[in-house]
Write a protein that binds this ligand. Structure first.
Ligand code: GLN
Length: 238
């Protein structure tokens, strides 16, 4: 991102991947950037439109199996996300969006090809993972514990060239042990909520990656801090 231009945030396929308030992730990023004085441009790209390949941040949300498989097909045919990643854009992906960044995932009982942008594959678990999701985030990212809500049938298996986003303390995440994955400026999670409303420090990490800034001015995160404390206490006693 150059200093005189806006931070551009693309929400990919809101018509297919927006099951759990995923618009909230875009709103949180835009708000937190604007509060620091950055001009921001948000762009919603429907699945029948071409994806711009020069934006700063791309967002992929959650979705049911059918829309998820369709989104993967259209993103593969479009190629814009691959070009964006090759030129260093940030990608934040949730649940179905996270799964489709890998090599393969299952939707409606069929194995589907993913985008191969992260070294991971997803299959189906013995039961649906539904409920609070929490974990301690990779210390290299310097973030407070992850919190969120998960609802997925898939289980995700990481290859050697990605790192887990977190170690699970509550819920299932990838496989009951690790949760999410990241490599470079690509990051995926099973956390809904929306994830960036519940984890504002994660939003700021994406903004730091996009701007190249090591530090951003602090904001008042009292409400999300309280929610994290409340959910951590509630899941500890349940
Ligand atoms: N369809 C996928 C699954 O069930 C993703 C679900 C979601 O995005 N919440 O695993």
């Amino acid at each position: 991102m150059s200093t005189d231009s806006a931070i551009s945030i693309v929400w990919i396929y809101p018509d297919l991947l927006s099951t759990y308030g995923d618009r909230g992730n875009m709103l949180i990023l835009a708000r937190r950037a604007a509060l620091r004085g950055f001009p921001v441009q948000t762009i919603e790209v429907r699945s029948d439109q071409r994806l711009p390949s020069t934006a700063d941040i791309y967002l992929l949300g959650g979705g049911e199996d059918g829309p998820q498989a369709l989104a993967a097909q259209r993103l593969l045919a479009d190629g814009g996300l691959h070009r964006a990643v090759a030129q260093g854009s940030v990608v934040f992906a949730v649940c179905a969006g996270y799964q489709l960044l890998g090599g393969s995932f299952f939707a409606k009982g069929a194995k589907c090809g993913g985008l191969n942008l992260l070294d991971l594959n997803s299959d189906r678990g013995p039961s649906r993972a539904v409920g609070e999701l929490g974990g301690t985030i990779d210390p290299r990212l310097g973030l407070p514990p992850l919190t969120g809500f998960e609802n997925h049938g898939g289980r995700t298996h990481l290859g050697p060239s990605v790192a887990p986003l977190a170690r699970v303390t509550t819920g299932i995440g990838n496989d009951g042990s690790t949760e999410g994955a990241w490599r470079g400026k690509l990051l995926g999670t099973y956390s809904h909520g929306p994830a960036l409303a519940r984890n504002p420090a994660l939003a700021d990490l994406l903004l730091r990656w996009a701007t190249g800034m090591d530090v951003l001015a602090p904001l008042d995160d009292t409400w999300s801090d309280r929610l994290r404390a409340e959910r951590t206490a509630a899941t500890a006693v349940s």
